[in-house]
Ligand binder design. Structure first.
Ligand SMILES: Nc1ncnc2c1ncn2[C@@H]1O[C@H](COP(=O)(O)OP(=O)(O)OP(=O)(O)O)[C@@H](O)[C@H]1O
Ligand SMILES: [Mg+2]
Length: 460
């Protein structure tokens, strides 16, 4: 079945066959080949449909009213609406599973499970999930709801990170909405993204679709939160995880494409598989999938040229050609002005060091049958990609946290003092001071929701 891939490719009407998934990169010796077919979480859903009551709060159709469309994704359509609870209306986001999407029903059930889990164990990191509404087939459609499963979240505000990155004054507007000075907005925003990921990962969830369109600025909390858990995998229980399936937006997904080697057990299918989950996690570090996406988000925040689909695609292909050596890419890059690197180069290249740490390729091997193995470390040649929690300990964020606190406590004067104390030496923007990593070798956007890129579900 042809699968329209997200982003500019989709916008240009380019389609890709599922049997030949788009692979922007190859870091292993052997070429990637189609592997075995797979369907998303099918086994679990069969069980789910049979006997288990859907978890979470249920709302009646007459409590809901659809107002306007926010976006349309690979299997869902998203609307802003109102929820009436005992006569009090509250703005909500409503997501409907598209009726004619293959496996759409299962994907909706998976998204419910992921949201219920995240609301319990990672509430801070995600937009609050409120519950669901089942509109029976053939029922009159009160409030504009069509039959099917609807999911509900609190409406957090009208802007995603993509909305800011699509604006000329994006960082200034983001800084103002987050309540921080513009000089701090890059580390502050990325710190929020990484903190969300660290909480999610600690609860066993991998988001698998981290990108500016899936980061909403929560107006009340003045912070970025993750949305769109449709691609999220729970690697403790195996819910929404299939070893041979990858779900990705090629602009933001890492080169290895998978969260675990493709010969990993189907965790959801057996207790033994679930018992192995901590071992698999420790050995293969599946959370590093999201780390890479956060690294791409960092570069988009810092480098205006990378905020368009064309710019990001160009970076990704040059980065691949440089064998994922960020310093080598930068040394050859002529189209990003040296001054644009300033936010990453300040304080002796503190931000550049984080970008390097998040955007390291993994040491993988692709077998002739397409199976992907994750190889154990390789010392200096394959330094491990940072986890979200490790990245947060880098000095880029410590300084930002100190300065943010000073700013919030004492306003501009305190910030100026804090900035003065730790100001970068003159000329620090020219080049990062941190030690250069060895190149990793091997064979192996902005805008509004209606124009968004879609993650693709590819089954091999
Ligand atoms: N809680 C929320 N508060 C405010 N806006 C939201 C919220 N959730 C989603 N949105 C808006 O709706 C858009 C689409 O939502 P979401 O990313 O969940 O679905 P999608 O990507 O369109 O669908 P799919 O799950 O099929 O990929 C977001 O980009 C954002 O603009
Ligand atoms: Mg989305």
């Amino acid at each position: 079945m042809p699968c329209r891939l997200p982003g500019s490719a989709a916008a240009r009407g380019v389609s890709f066959s599922l049997s030949k998934p788009y692979r922007p990169t190859a870091i292993a010796a052997a070429p990637l080949r189609p592997a075995v077919g797979a369907r998303r979480g099918a086994a679990l859903v069969v069980a789910f449909r049979g006997a288990v009551r859907r978890p979470g709060r249920s709302f009646a159709p007459d409590q809901l009213h659809v107002e306007r469309a926010l976006g349309s994704g690979s299997y869902g359509e998203v609307f802003k609406g109102q929820l009436d609870v005992h006569g009090t209306a509250q703005p909500v986001v409503l997501k409907r599973v598209k009726s004619r999407v293959q496996d759409g029903e299962e994907m909706g059930e998976m998204e419910v499970l992921m949201n219920v889990h995240a609301a319990k164990s990672a509430a801070r990191a995600v937009a609050p999930y409120l519950g669901f509404c089942d509109v029976p087939a053939g029922a009159a459609a009160p409030g504009g709801l069509s039959p099917g499963l609807w999911l509900l979240w609190r409406y957090e505000g009208c802007k995603t990170l993509a909305s800011y990155l699509g604006r000329r004054d994006g960082l200034r507007a983001l800084a103002s909405d987050l309540g921080v000075p513009e000089a701090l907005v890059v580390p502050v925003a990325l710190r929020q993204v990484l903190s969300n990921l660290a909480v999610l990962h600690a609860s066993g969830l991998i988001h698998r679709d981290v990108k500016p369109l899936n980061l909403v600025v929560a107006e009340n909390d003045r912070r970025l939160k993750l949305i769109d858990l449709g691609s999220c995998a729970d690697l403790r229980s195996g819910v929404n995880f299939h070893p041979q399936e990858y779900i990705l937006d090629p602009m933001y997904a890492p080169p290895e494409q998978y969260v675990l080697p493709t010969d990993s057990p189907h965790l959801a299918r057996s207790l033994l598989g679930q018992a192995m989950s901590p071992l698999l996690w420790a050995r293969h570090q599946p959370d590093r999938f999201d780390s890479w996406s956060a690294g791409v988000v960092l570069l988009c925040l810092a480098l205006p040229h990378l905020r368009t689909d064309a710019g990001l695609s160009r970076f990704l292909s040059e980065f691949e050609a440089a064998q994922y050596d960020l310093d080598a890419w930068r040394a050859r890059c002529k189209w990003v002005a040296p001054r644009d690197f300033a936010p990453l180069d300040a304080d002796g290249g503190a931000g550049w060091e984080v970008a390097r740490g998040l955007l390291r390729p993994r040491n993988i091997r692709v077998a002739p049958d397409g199976h992907v193995a994750f190889l154990a470390g390789g010392g200096a040649r394959w330094p491990a990609r940072l986890s979200a929690a490790e990245a947060l300990r880098q000095r880029f964020f410590k300084l930002a946290a100190q300065r943010e606190r000073a700013y919030r406590a004492g306003g501009d004067a305190a910030l100026a003092a804090a900035l003065g104390q730790a100001a970068a030496p003159a000329g620090a923007a020219a080049a990062p001071a941190a030690g250069k990593e060895r190149p990793a070798r091997g064979g192996g956007t902005g805008g509004v929701a209606s124009a968004e890129r879609k993650p693709s579900l590819a089954a091999r």
